[in-house]
Design a binder for this molecule. Structure first.
Ligand code: ZN
Length: 379
């Protein structure tokens, strides 16, 4: 779910959206305008239905954003690093680059999302009644009532104890709180999540073959399969986290990487750095010696050979704000969530503003193989 469009910052948190969301918004507007509203508030013009449908779809997406903002704002307050929120096909995702260290904080960060949806749902329903909802509502109260029910549904659905739904995370936090054993909590919560996933799949197959409901059946099977793979990923993540317990970024990084000045030409970089070294990426520094970004092979290849002598590497480097950075004392598990982007999955390790190391995806896979082998040997 890549971000295609940035919406800027809300309450200090970066918000972006994926194009798939616009398709969903159009489908929601269509189903409200042609199905839900004509049934709930008959006798209006098509223009009125479509206007109400589009406005309701927009407010629904804003409600999804409110749910994610609640997670992210509380996470920031609890010292978790928030990368941003992306809205996509299945709703919203809050991306955290660090994890909460205590089960209480994790439970709170997770619970405020569904709580926001439930409160919004109740609020929309109350306003709907206040502006004349009831047996024969007008267009506005009918739209508000739909927004109320859909938010309540969203809140309740997210509380199901299955990963990656919020309920799965809350269950894991509660078991972690009781047993003081994070890995065991993850295992138990993942198993319960798998049981839910199998229920969804069974329900889907039954509706598909016994009741002949094609779309509903396939949708439930698909959802179950999605929950099942999420539960498995969560369990594997728990194992890796345990294997990496106590490992710091400094233990994984390649120390003191060669830095290239960013005002040389690509031609010079190729001969003085790339061809004379076994590394394929180089951190760069500006004239005053400050870290300025990362030169990658992919970036080098974007420039035609005959333009290399006249192009400065400053023009093609991955800028510092797009490269993930870490401190040498950070836990190595933070390196697992690095996004690809123009840095090709690399992390620059910075200590007091000074570059002290670099971590590449192959460093991470080597570390994981070693740690998992070690964990297996320990039994
Ligand atoms: Zn949530």
């Amino acid at each position: 779910m890549n971000e295609n469009l940035s919406l800027g910052r809300i309450a200090g948190i970066h918000v972006g959206l994926n194009w798939s969301l616009l398709v969903v918004a159009a489908l929601i507007a269509w189903s409200i305008a042609t199905g839900i509203l004509p049934a709930a508030a008959p006798g209006q013009t098509a223009t009125a239905y479509w206007t109400a449908g589009l406005v309701s779809a927009f407010v629904y997406l804003a409600s999804l954003l409110a749910h994610e903002l609640a997670h992210s704002i509380v996470a920031t307050r609890r010292g978790v690093k928030v990368e941003g929120i992306t809205l996509w096909l299945f709703g919203g995702v809050s991306r955290f680059s660090t994890e909460s260290s205590s089960p209480g904080a994790q439970a709170l960060i997770t619970f405020v999302g569904p709580l926001t949806s439930l409160l919004l749902g109740a609020l929309f329903l109350l306003v709907s009644i206040a502006v004349g909802g009831g047996a024969n509502p007008g267009l506005v109260p009918a739209s508000l009532a739909w927004l109320g029910y859909i938010n309540l549904l969203l809140g309740v659905f997210n509380l199901l104890p299955a990963f990656p739904l919020d309920g799965g995370r809350i269950l894991q936090s509660l078991i972690w709180l009781r047993t003081h054993d994070r890995l065991r909590a993850t295992r138990i919560a993942a198993r319960i999540g798998m049981a839910f996933a199998f229920l969804f799949i069974a329900y889907g197959l039954i509706t598909l073959f016994a009741a002949g409901s094609l779309i509903g059946g396939i949708w439930a099977v698909f959802l179950g399969w999605f929950l099942l793979s999420a539960a498995r990923a969560e369990e594997a993540g728990g194992l890796i986290r345990q294997a990496l317990a106590g490992v710091k970024v400094a233990d994984v990084m390649t120390p003191d990487p060669v830095q290239a000045p960013d005002d040389i030409s690509l031609e010079e970089a190729l001969h003085s750095y790339v061809l004379t070294s076994r590394h394929s990426t180089f951190p760069t520094h500006d004239v005053s010696g400050h870290l300025s970004g990362l030169l990658t092979m992919a970036a080098l290849k974007t420039v035609a050979p005959d333009a290399r002598a006249t192009t400065s590497i400053k023009e093609v480097i991955c800028p510092l704000d797009k490269v993930s950075t870490a401190s040498p004392t950070d836990p190595a598990t933070n390196l697992l969530n690095v996004s690809e982007g123009c840095s090709e999955g690399r992390t620059l390790v910075v200590d007091n503003g000074r570059l002290v190391g670099i971590v590449s995806p192959s460093d991470i896979s080597r570390l994981m193989q070693r740690s998992l082998a070690g964990a297996a040997n320990r039994g």
